[in-house]
Design a protein. Structure first.
Length: 583
């Protein structure tokens, strides 16, 4: 979206699917730009997306009678011109020549010069090549791509473009998907005639955000760089976004080292897959996508990385021993090109140090079934027993030195430990429509009545390895069990013999247990939010509001078993939040 610098009530919005739109009343109403040639490709049936109108850039020098006349619009859709220009305020448009790539990002400087970053895709992982072009006010363009980028293989495109309004001719561009050489930032102070690879002479101070050291090899310059900005009043103050944080430099010397530090406080661009709030130790332990996971000793500080040996980029499941909470187990998957011989691990000190767990080969031909990231792991209340949901479920009572098959537990069926009774485990055989219980510390499982549950339990089946368990045991009461089936929630007080409805009119998406409370992401009367129940699901009270939604994309919710009312919410891209009651 762009605001006309000569008429602040005049806005242009480039949509992904429906072309270019405009407003003449500061956004109160919108209409399509009738003369704009690219009407959009429409909304896809599946969960895919086009780039659409990728940018709108307005020339501030073209003001006439209170409104700018020269407007540029980039297109990131296949099958047509990538760049358009209007000289009459958006009434008529002309295609502008350029490379056979998407016009991904563009910005006009104070002189009316347009700078465009071109890319072969819209990112974040589909960009093969790109280019940088400069267009004068008359529409004449020339290729000003950094030569050293071409010499290094011309890998990745340019999705970050910024100009220094206080220093005409100074422009910065950043790469995306430059995997071999690493993404970088290029700076020119002479209108693109010469370029300086700033990334090559940069260092980063992440002492305030140590989570960025999760791989144990130091924070890199950054990946998935798409946002780039130069302070309009200070050409040496520059910031850029990455797939993990926002970096900023306070000065850009022409030589010597450039110092960067995260320009955030309490904001992390991360996706939380799973988390636990144990009955002792750190308040919460998280499992992240791409960043492994963390022990959060101080909820107001960035955590130190500890998820190593093995290092797994994604932590898909965590569990803790209810009566011995220093014992934690995890399973995960590795997307990065790093060797490993285990995707399961056990910690004896609350997640600060880990010991790999390895399953014996299974099947014909024999293979390590646990190395694909699909294998949930569960630990008993006393920490002595571990059950792993392999194709032939396995149990160990000697910290993984020896394993035995579990009788009665279907293949790849996740077990859930009772948090108080170390001899008891539970499981849902969703396809068989049965609730199973083990009373011999995971050696065998047998059906239990499950009166009050629906006959069809397929909706309780995990969709994928990152799905939260539909079955959860209470942290403070033996035999108290909760089960989500579709949007309905049920509670048992007798280890699964009988259940009562516990949704209270709420359509449940996710839920978690805390001290004397149940928390849920759900909807009631078309109101979606975060809810709390203190009467075991009979009634629910909304505890968020319209101004605290964090994008509305939630992955996991959990209560604190030690602190009444506290809730933790893991989001899909906005990090991990916690909340305490104010009344």
């Amino acid at each position: 979206m762009a605001v006309d610098p000569n008429d602040h009530r005049r806005l242009f919005f480039g949509s992904r699917h429906d072309g270019l739109w405009q407003s003449h009343d500061a956004g109160q109403s919108w209409t399509p730009v009738a003369g704009f040639p690219h009407k959009g490709l429409g909304r896809p049936e599946r969960r895919t997306s086009h780039g659409g109108v990728s940018f709108v850039a307005i020339d501030p020098t073209s003001g006439k009678a209170g409104a700018s006349q020269r407007i540029w619009a980039g297109i990131a859709d296949p099958g047509g011109p990538a760049l358009y220009r209007s000289d009459d305020g958006g009434v008529h448009w002309t295609a502008v020549a350029g490379p056979a790539l998407f016009a991904a990002k563009g910005v006009v400087d104070a002189r009316g010069v347009l700078w465009v970053g071109f890319a072969s895709g819209i990112g974040p992982s589909d960009v093969k090549t790109g280019a940088v072009w400069r267009y004068d006010a008359r529409g004449h363009g020339r290729d000003v791509t950094p030569p050293a980028w071409r010499a290094a293989g011309a890998e990745g495109g340019f999705l970050g473009v910024a100009v220094a309004r206080s220093a005409p001719g100074t422009v910065a561009v950043s790469t995306i998907d430059r995997y071999r050489a690493g993404d970088s930032l290029w700076l020119s102070r002479d209108d693109g005639l010469h370029w300086d690879d700033v990334g090559a002479r940069s260092r980063r101070d992440v002492s305030a955000t140590p989570f960025l050291l999760h791989e144990g090899k130091g924070a890199d310059f950054g990946h998935w760089i798409s946002g780039l900005a130069i302070d309009p009043f200070d050409a040496g103050h520059i910031a850029y976004t990455t797939g993990a944080t926002v970096y900023a430099a306070q000065r850009l010397p022409t030589r010597n080292t450039v110092d960067w530090a995260p320009w955030v406080r309490g904001i992390e661009q991360t996706a939380v897959i799973t988390m636990i709030s144990p009955t002792g130790g750190a308040p919460v332990v998280s499992g992240f996508g791409d960043l492994a996971g963390f022990v959060h000793d101080d909820l107001d500080r960035s955590p130190q990385p500890t998820f190593a040996n093995p290092y797994l980029s994604n932590t898909n499941m965590l569990d803790y021993a209810g009566k011995a909470p220093a014992v934690i187990v995890r399973s995960g998957s590795l997307y990065l090109d790093r060797p490993r011989d285990a995707s399961l691990a056990r910690s004896e000190d609350g997640g600060r140090h880990w010991t790999p767990l390895r399953l014996p080969p299974q099947g014909n031909p024999p293979a390590r079934d646990d190395l694909n990231g699909e294998t949930p792991i569960t630990v008993s209340a006393d920490g002595a027993t571990i059950v792993v949901a392999a194709r032939v479920p396995q149990v160990t009572r000697d910290r993984g030195r020896t394993w035995s098959p579990v009788r009665g537990l279907p293949p790849r069926t996740r077990a859930v430990s009772d948090k108080v009774d170390p001899a008891v485990f539970y499981a849902v055989d969703a396809t068989g429509g049965r609730l199973l219980v083990s009373r011999d510390a995971g050696a065998s499982f047998a059906p239990v009545a499950g009166r009050g549950l629906p006959r069809d339990l397929t909706a309780a089946q995990a969709r994928n390895r990152e799905s939260q368990s539909a079955l959860v045991a209470a942290p403070d009461a033996a035999g108290r069990l909760w089960l989500q089936v579709g949007a309905a929630l049920f509670c048992s007080e007798d280890a699964g013999v009988s259940f009562v409805p516990a949704s209270g009119g709420l359509a449940i998406e996710l839920y978690g247990l805390g001290k004397d409370a149940v928390f849920a992401i759900g909807s009631r009367d078309d109101v979606r939010g975060i809810w709390r129940s203190t009467d075991r699901g009979a009634s629910w009270r909304r505890i968020d509001d319209a101004t605290h939604r964090w994008g509305g994309r939630y992955r996991v919710v959990a209560g604190d078993p030690r602190r009444a009312g506290r809730v933790y919410v893991g989001t899909d891209g906005r990090g991990l939040f916690y909340g305490d009651p104010i009344d």
